[in-house]
Design a protein around this ligand. Structure first.
Ligand code: PGA
Length: 272
């Protein structure tokens, strides 16, 4: 069976500090991943850079179209796709400072991250995450649900925590919507840290999440990729993808460093 394409997703968080830097990083990532046909590459910048980056996507469309027109012999490289880091689930209204998912479409946004631990730290509850997941799926975004325990205990209570996060976030999500969902498992203690989780522990958790989804939906859920995130870099990416059985990576700091990000993408491309 052909291996599925891996997802290499960059979350720029509240970086970089100018449009000039954002377009520079994005262009380098576009260039460095242009020939990689076995991955999906997604960049999630701050909202204010979406318009400038969407314009860069349009300027590379010509080449992509030509490739599409070729005889279908093998997987073709895909353009770098844009994602958002959050959305407001209401289409319009009195929500000062908020950005509706409806607005994101005009910037060609295809993915949205929901429930990142940094947003949960700002007060986003499981109920809010659930509302946003339902809205994002309703708008037909590829919806990246972030889950992850803050701490680990010796009795394995974190398994129940993860199960509960999944059940709460996916309340009301239908079986048919699972193919638009991406799960990003990010143990909070590895985000912005010095080391990632070890591949055997990633493997254990990808199996646990897969089993939990099976129990919830009573069906195989292989169309839902399970990603790992937390201190991913070029030195640990291969092990996490291979031994950890992750379907892709959600990358913070290294996604602002085009060389590092492209080398992770290149590693993933050789494994898919
Ligand atoms: P990091 O962030 O790669 O900088 O650890 C990961 C994330 O928050 O998604």
């Amino acid at each position: 069976m052909a291996q599925k394409k891996k997802f290499i997703i960059g979350n720029w968080k509240m970086n970089p500090e100018s449009t000039r830097l954002a377009t520079g990083i994005f262009k380098s990532i576009q260039k460095g991943t242009a020939d990689l046909s076995k991955i999906h590459t997604v960049i999630c910048p701050p909202y204010v850079y979406l318009e400038a980056l969407a314009r860069l996507q349009t300027s590379t469309k010509g080449t992509q179209k030509k490739q599409k027109g070729k005889k279908k012999v093998a997987a073709q490289p895909e353009p770098v796709v844009l994602g958002a880091q959050n959305l407001n689930p209401e289409p319009l209204g009195a929500r000062t400072g908020e950005i509706s998912g409806e607005f994101l479409k005009q910037f060609n946004v295809k993915y949205v991250i929901i429930g990142h631990s940094e947003r949960r730290d700002l007060g986003e509850t499981d109920a809010v995450v659930n509302t946003k997941i339902l809205a994002a799926l309703g708008w037909k975004f590829k919806t990246i649900l972030c889950i992850g325990e803050k701490v680990r205990d010796d009795d394995g209570h974190y398994f129940a925590f993860i199960k509960n996060q999944l059940e709460q976030a996916l309340m009301g999500v239908k079986k048919e919507q699972l193919s638009s969902l991406v799960i990003a498992y990010e143990p909070v203690w590895t985000i912005g840290a010095t080391a990632a989780m070890t591949p055997p522990l990633v493997h254990e958790m990808t199996i646990f999440i897969r089993k939990t989804l099976f129990d919830m939906y009573k069906t195989r859920t292989l169309s839902t990729p399970i990603l790992y995130g937390g201190s991913v870099d070029p030195s640990n990416a291969q092990e996490i993808l291979q031994q950890g059985s992750a379907d892709g990576l959600l990358i913070g700091r290294q996604s602002l460093d085009p060389a590092g990000f492209v080398s992770i993408a290149t590693i993933a491309n050789t494994l898919s």
